[in-house]
Design a protein. Structure first.
Length: 184
């Protein structure tokens, strides 16, 4: 049993002294702080999965309908950027934001053509910049705001969706990284 816990600890990227608990930072209200901890935990695991990839691996397509690792990271950033404007500004993307994010949101043929030739760090830096902005915006809100609705969903549910979206794509990224060409 101890060996199993050690393996789980290593897979989750925790150190041996970490507690298996969600402990929000004092910079945020309680519920928002919990969400930030969970979002950052998932982001860290995504980064550990892909941060070492070379260019060929970053751009690799497992088949003609797949997405590259780079495109998926861009997609995660785009989704989070969308929920920033949706929950904090109660709007959709404007024209300039659509230009930057729409292809990554939709993925597909256009993304397969557009998102290649950039190192994995390019995509991780984009993801990091979006997350930094999310965390700054969330610092200005409290749990009352988190419970309020934007459209049909509460802000809490919207950010839960961002988190579950990351988790789903983390599984996809894990699958893809196990099938990448070996480094030369």
């Amino acid at each position: 049993m101890k060996q199993l816990l050690l393996v789980i600890t290593l897979l989750l990227g925790l150190n041996a002294t970490s507690q298996y608990a969600i402990e929000p930072s004092k910079e945020y209200s309680h519920d928002i702080g919990n969400m930030v901890v969970m979002l950052d935990n998932l982001k860290g695991r995504v980064e550990r999965l892909v941060g070492h990839l070379n260019q060929e691996q970053t751009d690799y397509l497992i088949d003609e309908d797949a997405n590259t690792v780079g495109a998926l990271i861009y997609h995660l950033a785009a989704t989070e950027a969308y929920y920033q404007v949706y929950t904090f500004e109660n709007r959709e993307f404007n024209e300039e934001e659509r230009e930057l994010w729409e292809t990554a949101l939709q993925l597909g043929d256009k993304a397969r053509k557009q998102f290649k030739g950039k190192p994995i760090q390019y995509y991780l830096d984009l993801y990091d910049a979006v997350r930094t902005r999310t965390k700054e915006l969330l610092k200005s809100k409290d749990d009352k705001w988190f419970a309020e609705k934007t459209g049909a969903m509460s802000n809490h549910w919207a950010w839960f969706h961002v988190m579950e979206h990351q988790a789903n794509h983390m599984g996809q990224l894990a699958f893809l990284t196990k099938r990448l060409p070996k480094t030369k």
